[in-house]
Write a protein that binds this ligand. Sequence first.
Ligand SMILES: C[S@@+](CC[C@H](N)C(=O)[O-])C[C@H]1O[C@@H](n2cnc3c(N)ncnc32)[C@H](O)[C@@H]1O
Length: 385
Amino acid sequence: MKSIERFFSELETSLNNSTFRKLVVSNKKNKDQDIIKVSIRIVELKNGTRLSFNYRYREKDIEKNFSFSNGIKEAGSLLKEMFYDATLFTVKEEIYFTGKGKKGKITTVPASLERKISKEHNRAKKRLIDIEGNIYLKELGILDGKFKIKKNMQDKYRQIEKFVEIADSLIKESGLKSPLKIADMGCGKGYLTFALYDHINNTLSIDVEMEGVELRKEIVDSCNEVAKKARFDKLVFKQGTINDFETGSVDILIALHACDTATDDAIIKGIKSNSGIIICAPCCHKQVRKEMDITKELMPVLKHGILAERGSEILTDGIRALILELHGYKTKVFEFISSHHTAKNIMITAVKSERTPDKEKIMEEIALIKNFFGIKFHYLEEYLR
Ligand SMILES: C[S@@+](CC[C@H](N)C(=O)[O-])C[C@H]1O[C@@H](n2cnc3c(N)ncnc32)[C@H](O)[C@@H]1O
């Protein structure tokens, strides 16, 4: 049997015995073709179970649904006319076919994520990060040996899921297209890094290259081990400081809970690399707190240490958002998770906008605020100069 026939026989078997997860047809034959790839999954519609084809073009996505038999024919035509390669993801295996060469070739490897299939159209909405057979969540200690969320990790899981939900909507808002290059600055154990990579790569079917940057070598080594186990080939962790990290150009830059001015270092990298999206959740705000020269009018309120601390948080993050706007970003500042889970729950998101900012006005606003609170030096502003 020819390798292409074997591949289609595997496809039919996986559909018949319900082990099919998804099929991706890629590597276009004619590089000038506008289409990038086609991802096929099962959907349960009112009129029955169908194969849903997502045709990804440079500027748009088109969805079409087929019966199983017509879907198999459509996949056959795509491989004959437009693409060299196809990958069939089943519950147990990943089967790669390439039509390059005289006879074509098939390679089979065990599934990177042993997940049960779901035919529910809306399943992704119910749980953004699938936990069934999720290797990295188990390795990171969020799941137990039976792939259940550990009791003491429920909050962490919710935080991860919320973060992915926010990133997902920002990606859609930004219009950024595949492939995406992402840098996670001060990634720690990589909970968010792994989850975002998984979501973009496996749920959104967008090609992604991701780097996590972290000071502590032992964490970096263990994250790279986990990435290998999960077979996340394009996720790499590097040891170093945010400041020294060479980002090149990135599409999305993340910095969650990086201490004090490390958040500013990350924002600087994001702005300088013209990142389409910047997401940060600041940690402590010591730099501005030390700079604040509280006027006698404000002293009766800010004489209380905690209120001065909160004040410095508001000022630091407010000025950060203004500086991002100055550089052409549309910003939002909000509580991304309930303060019940963590006190460090403020998030700043910035999406590159096509509108030209009114720089003069924003600079005047920043100067007035700084002047009012006696702030002579704001780290982010200074190091962006
Ligand atoms: C509080 S953890 C947050 C980890 C992760 N981003 C999260 O939110 O789950 C902050 C991490 O940033 C790292 N870090 C702090 N300053 C850094 C710097 N300047 N460069 C690189 N990593 C840094 C720390 O070692 C730590 O692991």
